[in-house]
Design a protein around this ligand. Structure first.
Ligand code: PYC
Length: 426
């Protein structure tokens, strides 16, 4: 499609019922959602990682700050890492005030995203239940509910009768091996179609002039006199004064290319999906004690996840141990699912920090910024992280909403302590 501005921008095809009808009748191909380019020899900003964080950062740089001379580099395909491997759960029922405020902004942005990007991201606000099977976990749920309410986030404690009303298929009997004593109920939580989020941001960033480069691996980051001067890639060198590391899984390795150390360890997180069945589960259900979370997609499949694997690794393969453990736990919660067949399983990589909060903002190397260390929370944060990182680059200042997440907190002992908000024990 034509370059309309001379600055590499183009008007993306408008998706609408009328456009669908016109194409249905007239035939013809839809324009590609984003263009391909040869990498230029220099860009104002280079973003490493073409997942939701990298693409959202590129989009907000262009949309909010008019910075369009931006390249997003991904060593594989867009959304092929954590963005396409998570279980698509979004929520803001965190434990710390910093976390609640941050993830709540993201949830609000997700809610408006389809209209903003003219792309159906299938946002589904359906409520999120975190079950408590012990007095200790009920206490943590109460704590989270109170912190949430203080920040204006809708969360409260549900008793077992309310849990049964919301999810009749759950075994809420006192005779269960881990009886349900109550739950943290968070009505604004839900799910969204994760691939669509990636494609929507990619298409919008492209239409604003951002270059998206797939199969483009960063093999080196040049630093001269403490300042970034460029990146080396398998497609040649690119000069730039600003590099943002938006990777998940490889964040330590990419940061090491710039000589920056990260307190991060990488663990696989496995997930699985069943055959589709009639809709019966209208809420996201999480059990920390049983290490399981489950939601039902609009197609009827159940999507399950669990804890991270118990050893650090870069493997994205599924294992039999995971499926055996998961099946046992799911049947303790919902015995009537015994006949359901699993379709497939997969894994993504989680970069775990010591306090389960991300690392965002500037580093000791001028022009090298990070948006990493998301553990099991990354997908939920995509929009707000992109917005904040774009502001960081454009203004040279750290926005208040990410002030608590700086790399220097580990030296200064200002940890954020977000572990208690993890879906399951890790
Ligand atoms: O934090 O809700 C969560 C979550 C679900 C899957 C991975 N993390």
């Amino acid at each position: 499609m034509a370059d309309l501005t001379g600055r590499g921008q183009r008007r993306a095809a408008r998706y609408s019922a009328v456009a669908l009808l016109r194409h249905g009748i007239g035939g013809g191909a839809w324009p590609r959602a984003w263009r391909t380019h040869e990498p230029k020899r220099s860009y104002q900003v280079v973003i490493v990682g073409g997942g939701v964080h990298g693409l959202a950062t590129a989009y907000y740089l262009a949309r909010n700050h008019g910075i369009t001379d931006v390249a997003v580099l991904d060593k594989g395909y867009l959304g092929g890492g954590g963005s396409g491997r998570n279980t698509a759960i979004i929520r803001s029922n965190y434990l710390t005030p910093e976390g609640v405020r941050f993830y709540d902004r993201s949830l609000g942005m997700y809610e408006r995203l389809a209209a903003e990007l003219n792309y159906n991201v299938m946002f589904s606000r359906r409520g999120h239940l975190t079950l408590a099977h012990s007095d200790a976990s009920l206490r943590t749920m109460r704590w989270r509910a109170e912190v949430n309410k203080l920040s204006g986030v809708d969360s409260d404690i549900a008793d077992p009768d309310e849990v049964k009303r919301l999810v009749p298929f759950l075994d809420t009997s006192a005779g269960a091996r881990y009886p349900i004593l109550g739950a943290l109920y968070h009505p604004p939580g839900g799910i969204i179609r994760h691939d669509a989020v990636v494609w929507g941001y990619a298409r919008a960033a492209d239409s604003l002039g951002v270059h998206l480069h797939q199969d483009t691996e960063v093999t080196g980051i040049d630093v001269v006199g403490g300042r970034v001067s460029g990146v080396r890639t398998n497609r040649g060198p690119i000069a730039t004064g600003t590099v943002i590391n938006c990777t998940a899984g490889w964040s330590t390795l990419v940061s090491a290319l710039a000589g920056v150390r990260m307190p991060v360890q990488t663990f696989p997180l496995q997930a699985a999906v069943t055959e589709p069945v009639k809709p019966f589960l209208h809420t996201v259900v999480v059990s920390g004690t049983l290490h399981v979370y489950v939601s039902q997609t609009d197609r009827g499949e159940l999507v399950f996840g669990a804890s991270v694997d118990p050893f650090a690794s870069y493997s994205t393969r599924g294992s039999l141990e995971f499926i055996e453990g998961l099946a046992g736990h799911v049947l303790e919660l919902m015995p009537s699912l015994a006949q359901l067949r699993l379709l497939r399983q997969w894994a993504g990589l989680c970069d775990m920090t010591p306090d389960f909060a991300p690392i965002m903002g500037s580093t000791g190397v001028d022009g090298f910024l990070v948006d990493v260390g998301w553990g099991t929370y990354g997908f939920k944060a995509g929009p707000v992280a992109g917005e904040a990182m774009a502001e960081c680059v454009a203004t040279g200042r750290t926005p208040e909403i990410i002030a608590a997440f700086g790399l220097d907190r580990f030296e200064e002992g200002r940890l954020v302590a977000e572990k208690g908000a993890a879906a399951v024990g890790h």
